[in-house]
Design a protein around this ligand. Structure first.
Ligand code: HAM
Length: 425
């Protein structure tokens, strides 16, 4: 009987893990440079944490189960609600703002496809208790800074504000669940179903055409002037447009130059209240969104305490996929391979490899008692840069032969100069 992996999950092999660790290290470094500190929360939580205000789509996708004591639990579909719970349980008295970041796996029962999994990883942050446009600007700057440090070249930052669409719907008397449903359809980009839904609820014709044109609006600052004329006297929408203007001014100070205002961003989670943003890598195709975030009042929803927060999460798997697409590096298991030419030179070969490792040079040695020809072909498979041939004749002179695997050239090097030689190379 063959036991297979559950649908929508993956195994990660050496090369992939190495890349993932490298990306994880870079992100940790950049988040910490901005004053964020890591938190860790449980993989499963009380189901209620996610059903309260996360949105219809996410709730449908939750993996939930009852434990042996009949408690309703859920595998976390995201980490913002757990971070808000952690704040309420542990950090209420902590001076604000509080900057936290996290890295961990999330679970959503979705239809798997390229870039969309049932278990995936998020690397994200929450800035809690800073109600200001400069807090939002700094959060966006952090996301962009991470991508710059990772060397990602082609990405697009889209910024919007939920207050414009929600303000118009509110003015038209569309509130609560009905409003959330419309936002969900906009987020999915399902214009067909959106039109049908607006007809079904007999939405006002003017509002309908206004809504449909606003969701298609994107570009530079000019977009704000146009939409300002369109929303007329809708106060919440006008306030949101001012918020966006202020944010854009600040982004310049935080050195974020490339952005696209996009009034069609609705976000799939219902807890957002203001500025929202998403980052896309077009070459990833349908699942091109590598980052999503915005401003929310989840803590207020849970406890009544008014703590405005802003945050975002990178879809870690998509981020790694985008980086790999950009540059497919040849994977290297070790830099140097030490090859005993005959059985009698095995002991000195082991001593040499241990010395290299003590110096932090990733190196390997033959452990299978193979003949030289086989050793060399194995070293080739590991993609090493150099092979150190340990032969009897060379040893008598206190030397080894170092072969460059790329050029094929060989050099005799004194044993106590090997490290110096490799470091120079
Ligand atoms: P989200 O947009 O639902 O936001 O997810 C963040 C990112 O996770 C997405 O942009 C995407 O790259 C990745 N992602 C989502 N679902 C999948 C999946 N099935 N497979 C692979 N990657 C996926 C949130 O979760 C919010 N908690 C972000 C946030 C933090 N907002 C404020 N703070």
């Amino acid at each position: 009987m063959e036991i297979t992996r559950p649908r929508g999950t993956r195994d990660f092999l050496f090369e992939e893990m190495k890349k993932r660790k490298e990306v994880e290290r870079t992100l940790k470094r950049v988040f910490e440079t901005y004053g964020y500190h890591e938190i860790k929360t449980p993989i499963f939580e009380d189901l209620k944490l996610f059903t309260l205000k996360s949105g219809e789509e996410i709730v449908k996708q939750i993996y939930h189960f009852k434990d042996k004591a009949n408690r309703d639990l859920a595998l976390r579909p995201e980490l913002t609600a757990p971070a808000a719970r952690l704040y309420l349980n542990e950090l209420r008295k902590h001076p604000k703002p509080i900057k936290m970041y996290y890295y961990g796996s999330c679970f959503r029962y979705e239809r798997p496809q390229a870039g969309r999994f049932r278990q995936f990883w998020q690397f994200g942050c929450e800035l809690m208790g800073a109600e200001s446009p400069q807090a939002e600007a700094e959060v966006i700057a952090l996301a962009v800074h991470c991508l710059r440090e990772l060397g990602l070249k082609e990405y697009k930052l889209h910024i919007g504000h939920l207050g414009i669409l929600r303000g118009l719907l509110e003015d038209a008397g569309i509130r609560g669940g009905s409003q959330d449903r419309i936002m969900g359809l906009i987020d999915k980009g399902d214009v067909q179903e959106l039109k049908l839904h607006l007809e079904r609820i007999e939405a006002d014709e003017n509002m309908k055409s206004l809504l449909l044109s606003i969701i298609g609006m994107e570009g530079g600052l000019g977009v704000l002037e146009n939409v300002e004329k369109m929303v007329g006297g809708c106060e919440p929408a006008l306030e949101s447009i001012d918020d966006l203007r202020e944010l854009i001014r600040l982004l310049d100070d935080f050195k974020v130059e490339d952005y696209n205002l996009d009034l069609g961003i609705a976000r799939g989670l219902d807890y957002y209240t203001g500025i929202v943003f998403e980052i896309y890598v077009p070459s990833l195709g349908a699942q091109k969104q590598i980052c999503g975030g915005g401003t929310y009042n989840l803590i207020e929803l849970f406890s009544g305490e008014k703590i405005q927060s802003t945050g975002f999460a990178f879809g870690f798997d998509r981020l790694v996929a985008a980086l790999k697409k950009q540059k497919d590096e040849l994977f290297q298991f070790a830099k140097v391979f030490v090859a005993p030419v005959s059985d009698s030179t095995r002991p000195p070969a082991y001593r040499i490899v241990q010395e290299l490792r003590e110096e932090g040079i990733p190196s390997d040695v033959d452990l299978s008692g193979r003949k030289l020809r086989k050793i060399l072909s194995y070293a080739d498979h590991l993609n090493v840069e150099k092979v150190i041939l340990v032969g009897e004749r060379d040893l008598k002179e206190g030397k080894v032969t170092i072969k460059d695997m790329k050029t094929g050239s060989q050099e005799l090097v004194e044993i106590d100069k090997i490290i110096e030689y490799l470091k120079e190379e």
